[in-house]
Design a protein around this ligand. Structure first.
Ligand code: SF4
Ligand code: SF4
Length: 191
């Protein structure tokens, strides 16, 4: 008799266990999904999400503030001074551009997405975008080059600056020599 009772108790437990499991399954079948079919469906990034950086080089004044703020030194900037006869224009924020920017690289493989480079930029030209898919097979492709200057343009800017500096130095030397000659001629003669 006891064996029969145990038999039916076991059947009851199995059936009730299945019923509990199925009730959970059915409840979730009727609940709206919280996941999306990535990559076919993508969630919209929050407004202040920090992902891939972008630099609008036309608005960059080469001030180096972003690079100095970077805790991992992943921004490399080189500049060449413009000469007085050159007008590099102004940024969209109204800042006068005085430096050529022949090199502006960001090694995004080192970037920790802290956003510290974004805040000090006076022209707001370095920004975090909502792009988060940029994996590469070759890590060298993770160094982004933002400068728009060609090698010829860089060479020309460097040559022009060198010439202007040499001319300024020669002018200074001539003025100094003239001042010295004048000083000597104005000295009272002895005897
Ligand atoms: S987000 Fe941070 S780590 Fe990345 S480049 Fe800017 S300052 Fe450097
Ligand atoms: S802080 Fe802005 S303007 Fe200055 S070098 Fe960086 S990106 Fe250019």
């Amino acid at each position: 008799m006891e064996a029969v009772r145990t038999y039916f108790r076991t059947i009851w437990r199995a059936l009730s266990s299945i019923a509990i499991g199925m009730s959970v399954t059915i409840r979730h079948l009727l609940t709206p999904a919280v996941t999306v079919q990535y990559p076919d469906v993508k969630l919209k990034m929050p407004e202040r999400a920090r992902n891939r950086l972008y630099v609008n080089i036309d608005d960059c004044i080469g001030c180096d503030q972003c690079s100095l703020a970077c805790p991992v030194d992943c921004i490399t900037i080189e500049t060449v001074k413009s000469t007085p006869d050159q007008d590099l224009g102004t940024t969209s924020t109204g800042h006068k551009k005085r430096l050529h920017v022949p090199l502006f690289d960001i090694d995004i493989a080192k970037c920790c997405y802290c956003g510290l480079c974004v805040y000090p930029c006076p022209t707001e030209c370095i920004v975090m975008t909502d792009v988060y898919e940029f994996s590469e097979f070759d890590r060298h492709n993770l160094i982004y080059h933002f400068s728009s200057m060609s090698p010829d343009q860089i060479e020309a800017a460097q040559a022009k600056l060198k010439k202007a500096e040499e001319e300024a130095a020669a002018k200074k030397a001539t003025a100094a020599a003239a001042a010295e000659a004048k000083q000597k001629s104005e000295q009272p003669k002895q005897g």
